[in-house]
Design a protein around this ligand. Structure first.
Ligand code: HEM
Ligand code: HEM
Length: 218
């Protein structure tokens, strides 16, 4: 079985034929939904909440896949290791990056930070919407549009004070926006990292994330 550890100093090989359909689907699904929610949709709209729930589902699927998926997709193939990440960056600067059969140690750290930021953005989104599913959001919007406001009134349980609710909401709103901006910043750093790494290793890292191993089977 392929070892996730460094095998040798950068052989000018074809890209490792990685990334099964689940990794690719969850990657591009999350990437597109995050960019749409951060840059295009209106916060709190039905489209925004639906894309947010899609991200939650994809993230959950990817985390399960980290235990059940093929070797290169498992958490054990890319453990978070800051020392190895620093070593990898030094090797990259000296033009001799190591070769890994999963994410390199610097990329691995970024992946875990991505997942943590996604968990924060979705958890705060759930707080902001009181856990309402997109179906419920759609039903409430339809009810309000037809003049029936009762769907919104039943949200209040009468136990927590308005001030507490407002405080929690305000904090959730702030954290939600900061985490969303962090995701955008990380995405920019991530794409720069992919480009740098692809150049240094003379292999196209994006191709296996799009095609998987389809190009190898031909
Ligand atoms: C998936 C990644 C997500 C990103 C990148 C994201 C990003 C954002 C941003 C940038 C805003 C502020 C924009 C604005 O004021 O129009 C916002 C607002 C909001 N988001 Fe998200 N969001 C995400 C997921 C979610 C989820 C999962 C939910 C709910 C389940 C949600 C619910 C909301 C709500 C209710 C607001 C309005 C907050 C307010 O009242 O100002 N978001 N989101
Ligand atoms: C908001 C946008 C994005 C997010 C949140 C994101 C997130 C991630 C995550 C979490 C992974 C780990 C994949 C896994 O193991 O499941 C990853 C890997 C990867 N991403 Fe992205 N990504 C984004 C945009 C992009 C874009 C635009 C590109 C194209 C240049 C890209 C190219 C890649 C590649 C090539 C890998 C594999 C890197 C390797 O070989 O180790 N990503 N990304």
């Amino acid at each position: 079985m392929a070892s996730p550890r460094t095998r040798s100093i950068a052989p000018p090989v074809a890209p490792p034929d990685l990334w099964d359909p689940v990794v690719r689907l969850t990657h591009w699904g999350v990437a597109v939904a995050v960019l749409l929610n951060a840059l295009v949709t209106k916060g709190g709209s039905l489209t925004h909440v639906s894309l947010g729930w899609l991200v939650m589902a994809l993230l959950l699927l990817r985390l399960v896949w980290g235990v059940l998926g093929p070797a290169e997709a498992r958490f054990s193939a890319f453990p978070p290791n800051p020392v190895a990440a620093a070593r990898h960056l030094r090797q990259l600067l000296s033009g001799q990056p190591g070769y890994y059969s999963s994410h390199n140690p610097a990329g691995a750290l970024m992946v875990y930070v991505f997942w943590a930021a996604l968990a924060v953005v979705t958890a705060t989104g759930l707080i902001l919407t009181g856990g309402a599913t997109p179906m419920r959001v759609a039903a409430e919007k339809a009810a309000v549009a037809s003049g029936d406001w009762s769907a919104l009134i039943v949200k209040s349980d009468g136990e927590s004070s308005d001030d507490e609710d407002k405080g929690l909401r305000h904090t959730a709103e702030e954290v939600h926006e900061v985490a969303a901006n962090l995701l955008l910043f990380l995405a920019a750093l991530h794409v720069a990292g992919v480009v740098l790494e692809s150049r240094a290793m003379r292999r196209n890292l994006v191709k296996p994330m799009i095609l998987g191993d389809a190009h190898r089977r031909k």
